[in-house]
Design a protein around this ligand. Structure first.
Ligand code: ADP
Ligand code: MG
Length: 374
């Protein structure tokens, strides 16, 4: 009882949400009542993506009269890391369902011809566009405004309005991240390609938990740095100090994780990536891969000091770049202040998702107020 008490106490530590036991109880109850699926239950549609660790398709249920329309699901066939991804999705569905794409089911498929094993993961099809697709359009951010408000706006286009739309996107992203982080999960692959616009809820949700780590139970405890996307990674690379003992047993990791969390602040890894997305939204010139890579090089030369970077580029900035700084400088530079609190060299100096949501940048009403102003 003492040991249980100690674990429960640790679980109440700030930064790590309570609700540890629900994981076991709810998992069991849910397993009893949720439908199960097999390979033959699905019809595959168009390929949506292919990475080093899996292929993603649109899909639908083969024989289900009540199935709404063809391709209302998404199927990922994953390699060995699929097991972790299923675990993460199950966990997210119970602890912070609104943060991520709606997960339906995951299972191990052993009958594949190559003799190997494949994990199949099924989600609801959330929508056609990722933030990356939307950001690469000439219409950004107005295309997002149209999707969120569902109608055409007649307000004059301009910096103020663009700032409100970007603010709304950032708020939704940080809200989803706060849900993950409060659950003890670090995503580690936050980038526009992994943020989907959910047409049902008209909000952005996070997808692709393939590189995620759950620090509360030590799942995927060893950083798989080779999985990370160098364009969006924070300078630390490893989310936990390399001093921390590697791969402890699950009970040990369970007991230690709130402490390790406070020591390492692993969530700040995702905050850095989110800051880069904020930057790309403000500066159209940084939205391509090559320009982002070039920016990363410049920032590294400035010792990851955004203020120093600004000093080097602003004097010889073209109109477009100047416009980005102007957007961030609105309302006494409150946007710039938030951005610089996210993109910092030291994880410890970066803001958290929860603190960012309370930042004055978000005090002003976002898109909704815009629609009432008409
Ligand atoms: P990968 O490991 O290939 O990056 P992702 O999980 O990121 O796999 O999915 C690849 C692509 O499939 C995404 O970029 C997105 O376009 C699409 N996708 C994934 N999940 C969904 C979903 N739930 N709804 C709609 N599209 C999705
Ligand atoms: Mg992805």
């Amino acid at each position: 009882a003492l040991a249980l008490g100690a674990v429960s106490y640790l679980w109440a530590t700030p930064g790590v949400a309570p609700g540890f036991w629900d994981m076991f109880v709810l998992a069991f109850v849910e397993r009893l009542f949720r439908p199960t699926y097999r390979k033959d239950d699905f019809v595959l549609g168009k390929k949506l993506g292919e990475g080093a660790f899996g292929v993603v398709y649109r899909a639908s249920l083969a024989k289900k009269p009540s199935s709404k329309k063809a391709g209302d699901l998404v199927l990922k066939k994953a390699t060995e890391y699929g097991a972790v991804e299923i675990w993460m999705n199950e966990r997210v569905r119970r602890a912070c369902a609104n943060s991520c794409a709606d997960f339906v089911y995951g299972f191990l498929e052993t009958s594949s011809k190559k003799g190997g094993e494949e994990y199949w993961l099924i989600w609801r099809f959330e929508g056609e566009a990722t933030l990356s697709d939307l950001m690469l359009s000439k219409d950004f951010p107005y295309n997002v405004e149209a999707m969120i408000l569902g109608e055409d706006e007649n307000l004059p286009k301009g910096l103020e309005r663009e700032n409100r739309i970007i603010q709304t996107i950032m708020r939704q992203l940080l809200f989803a991240l706060d849900g993950l982080h409060s659950t003890g999960i670090v995503h580690r692959d936050i980038k526009p390609q992994n943020i989907i616009f959910s047409e049902g809820s008209r909000t952005f949700k996070i997808i692709d938990l393939g590189a995620a780590a759950d620090l509360r139970v030590g799942i995927n405890y060893i950083p798989k740095e080779f999985l990370l996307d160098p364009r969006y990674t924070a300078p630390e690379q490893y989310i936990m100090s390399t001093q921390t003992p590697s791969a402890p047993s699950v009970p040990v990791a369970t007991a230690l994780s709130p402490v390790l969390w406070q020591l390492n602040l692993p969530d700040r890894f995702d905050i850095y990536s989110s800051g880069l997305i904020f930057l790309q939204m403000a500066f159209p010139a940084l939205r391509t891969d090559s320009s982002l890579i070039q920016f990363n090089r410049q920032l590294k030369r400035c010792d990851y000091d955004l203020v120093a970077w600004r000093k080097t580029v602003e004097p010889r900035a073209n109109n477009e770049l100047r416009r980005g700084f102007e957007l961030l400088d609105l309302d006494e530079g409150i946007g710039w202040e938030l951005l610089t609190s996210m993109v910092r060299y030291k994880a410890r100096k970066r803001t958290s998702a929860k603190a960012a949501l309370a930042h004055p940048y978000f005090d002003r009403e976002g898109l909704l107020a815009l629609s009432f102003m008409q």
